[in-house]
Design a protein around this ligand. Structure first.
Ligand SMILES: Nc1ncnc2c1ncn2[C@@H]1O[C@H](COP(=O)(O)OP(=O)(O)O)[C@@H](O)[C@H]1O
Ligand SMILES: [Mg+2]
Length: 241
């Protein structure tokens, strides 16, 4: 479904992504961990086309999308959430999702309405369709971010730290939603600092540091590697507050 081949990205003299290769199968859920500044969000921006890579290739559904602009990758089926969500505060939940269906998936009329409503239902916000999004709790803002990404009808969903700041019960709720999304055949890549949340549901885990792959594979096997353990200890300290 997705194949990254030796991708590189630098900002000035800073190598943010260095020779990274990775594959994702149809229906798979891949977790990504790595310290702050490791290049995780940049990797998502490279996949979804908000930035272009300096070197390397990105294939999605066997098509080379390396130089496609973001809106074309979105309509091809790559949907993402943002680490810093920017919903339209003056709009309701439904209106926000509908804008995403409109501009992301290129849908209009009843089809856009249906997509938006289905995405909102899947995200657990269907009892609040007409609630203005300025009045939402943190969990509901995370759900809205998810609904907006789902409204673009993705085949691949990129989630950037959507569990950050949530309490354990809320994280479990979110994991339940993600499992339903995966069952519907949508592939997921989930960047998260909360490692136990990832290991409880992802099929594979990718660890990156300084823009390079440190390890990838079965979550428990990967977490048991000494080099990953060292990074994980660092993450634990970051999350201690
Ligand atoms: N547009 C940009 N211009 C310059 N440096 C950037 C830009 N975006 C990200 N960076 C730098 O790239 C590194 C990786 O950032 P990011 O991908 O956001 O890391 P992560 O999501 O793993 O915390 C950081 O050092 C960050 O400061
Ligand atoms: Mg980030």
């Amino acid at each position: 479904m997705l194949r990254l081949e030796n991708i590189h990205k630098t900002y000035g003299s800073l190598k943010v992504i260095h020779d990274l290769s990775c594959e994702l199968s149809q229906g798979e859920m891949l977790g990504i961990i790595g310290p702050n500044g490791a290049g995780k969000t940049t990797l998502f921006s490279a996949i979804s086309g908000q930035i272009t890579v300096d070197r390397g290739k990105i294939f999605f559904m066997e098509k080379d999308v390396t130089s496609l602009p973001a809106f074309k990758r979105c309509s091809a089926g790559i949907g993402r959430t943002f680490q810093i969500p920017r919903p339209f505060h003056g709009m309701t939940i439904f209106e926000n999702a509908r804008v995403a269906a409109n501009f992301g998936a290129g849908l209009s009329g009843k089809k856009a309405d249906d997509f938006a409503i289905r995405a909102i239902e899947l995200s657990g916000l269907d009892d609040r369709l007409n609630t203005p999004c300025s009045s939402l709790s943190l969990l509901d803002r995370k759900r809205l971010e998810l609904a907006r990404a789902l409204s673009t009808d993705p085949k691949l969903l990129l989630l950037d730290e959507i569990a950050g700041g949530l309490i354990d019960n809320e994280i479990q709720e979110l994991i339940g939603i993600l499992k339903v999304i995966q069952k519907r055949g949508i592939s997921i890549i989930w960047i998260e600092h909360i490692v136990h949340a990832l290991t409880s549901c992802v099929d594979r885990l990718l660890v990156i540091n300084f823009g390079s792959k440190i390890a990838a594979g079965d979550p428990n096997t990967v977490m048991a590697l000494p080099e990953v353990h060292e990074i994980y200890m660092g993450l634990d300290v970051e999350n201690a507050d």
